[in-house]
Design a protein around this ligand. Structure first.
Ligand code: DAT
Ligand code: MG
Length: 138
């Protein structure tokens, strides 16, 4: 299996709740290497590119507003199958039902209709990781 790179974001809820260290610990404990890391305030342009596939969906605008609500941490993690591996570590999209043991399952919950507040983003394919790394670390 190939060594991959995944673009991981610790979303504004994770930064605000001071969970950055815990998320990074879980990535490192799994054995992935942090190749790049920075705290950034996103712009609408960045987010429009990042969430291109979701433009026009009902949750798109609230998602973008949320991602603009505070600083986030952008990470490139490296390792064998890190794309699938990090998504497994993150858990499923809705933190209410994400499995215990995952980042979203352990640290997230329903804060009142806000599925977008699910702490982390991870690339879902080799193609999207290339695209997303180009967006956040160009
Ligand atoms: P994921 O982040 O698990 O890859 P996704 O790519 O389908 O999920 O969606 C991107 C983000 O949009 C997701 O992290 C949270 C938000 N989102 C997805 N589906 C949603 C929904 N039905 N209602 C509200 N927010 C949603
Ligand atoms: Mg996604």
């Amino acid at each position: 299996m190939a060594i991959e790179r995944s673009l991981i974001l610790i979303k504004p809820d994770g930064v605000k709740r001071q969970l950055t260290g815990q998320v990074i610990s879980r990535i490192e404990a799994k054995g992935y290497v942090i190749a790049e890391l920075k705290q950034v305030s996103a712009t609408r342009e960045l987010l429009e590119a990042h969430y291109e596939e979701h433009v026009g969906k009902p949750f798109y605008e609230p998602l973008v507003e949320f991602m603009l609500s505070g600083p986030l941490v952008a990470i490139v993690a490296e390792g064998h199958n890190v794309i699938t591996g990090f998504r497994s570590l993150a858990g499923t999209t809705d933190p209410t039902t994400a499995a215990p043991g995952t980042i979203r399952g352990d640290l997230g919950r329903d804060w009142g209709l806000k599925v977008q507040q699910n702490l982390v983003h991870g690339s879902d394919s080799v193609e999207s990781s290339r695209r997303e790394i180009g967006i956040w670390f160009s």
